[in-house]
Write a protein that binds this ligand. Sequence first.
Ligand code: FAD
Length: 394
Amino acid sequence: MEGLGFYLEPALAEPERAFLGEVRAFLAANLDPALRAAVDEERMFFGDHERSNAWFRCLQESRWHVAHWPEAYGGLGWSPLRNYLWLYEQGLRGAPLLRPFGINYVGPTIMRFGSEAQKAELLPRIIRHEEHWCQGFSEPGAGSDLANVATFAERRGDVYVVNGSKIWTTDAQYADRMFCLVRTRRERTKDALTFLLLDLRAPGVSLQPIRLLAGDHELNQVFFDNVEVLPDQILGEEGGGWQVSKFLLEIERGAFVFGGRLRRRLALLIERARDVRAPARFWDEVAQIDLDLRAYEATELRLGHLGGGTPAAANLIKIEWTEIGQRIDALGLTPGGRAGLYPRTSGTALHDERGELTLPGWLASYFNNRATTIYGGTNEIQRNLVYRSLAPHR
Ligand SMILES: Cc1cc2nc3c(=O)[nH]c(=O)nc-3n(C[C@H](O)[C@H](O)[C@H](O)COP(=O)(O)OP(=O)(O)OC[C@H]3O[C@@H](n4cnc5c(N)ncnc54)[C@H](O)[C@@H]3O)c2cc1C
């Protein structure tokens, strides 16, 4: 694993190569090997919440956790290319994935649409990790068709009163706040939707956990029963929620770098397959994934982070990383990858002490990662968007 590298490195200019050296030295000095080993065994895409927090705290002093934020808001103002290299190397070296909801999604959206008071109140709390956020878009009747949200915020005197429910809410069990899209008018028009920065500690909010396919708890259904929200918790204008959400969804799709993370996962599989007699067709598929991953890495860098992207770039990238990731997971379940079924650090029992289904290591990731082609907009929807951007007149 130590020999892993960034194959596009020779194409970088000298200052960026030097920067990459700094990033590697930083990770070697700060990334605890025990943390890294635990991340290699992780069962869910976002990984363990506590490990993510531990990494966040480790980065706080240097502010490398918000290196992409402008200096005016407490960041380091790194260029998209430097930020790409930093994110790529974190994935390649096995760092935990930082929770994106505050630093990547709502933080930059508040910078763009927030009032001065909202910026002054909320952004420092995100940087200091004092408030955790979750994302409340999907509802039982609104997923791909987001404009169909039914959660209603009704103006009553000085407050809005919110009733309804959000579903598939990642991390709601840890969150203090939820950014969410609600309806403020009954008609199905674009100006019927409003973007709220809701306080989940308010009376009337309750949660119901939802188990993932392998038994893990990452998702929730969140219920609102006459939850009072002050007008200063609206981001942008009342009725301007669609525009704010579109901005957030666009940055959401470009917020990650997956090349390094996938490259490490493939390397882990290869390492484990060496322990068993893998058939030739296992290695054929490894070689094919390796080639596709190289093409993906070049695309991710060029379209996603060098500023040359078409509007469909983020959609293409989402389709590719999720499908390559699922191929790696599936390969881990074939005879050659069977070592991956039995991680070194855990047993193979299928139920925990409460009798809940809990699958071991690689098998759990295989099941849990079926969700990658669904969340953040399903891959069918991504393909529709690519088609529309290529054939806008149809
Ligand atoms: C693990 C996980 C985490 C998630 N986390 C969050 C979160 O934190 N916050 C949040 O708000 N949401 C979250 N989601 C929800 C996710 O965004 C939705 O599941 C997704 O947008 C799809 O919506 P849906 O589930 O309602 O499916 P539907 O929209 O009902 O789609 C069902 C099927 O129909 C297909 N389909 C629908 N419309 C079309 C069309 N026009 N053309 C072709 N095919 C179509 C879809 O591709 C899909 O296969 C999460 C989901 C998962 C699985």
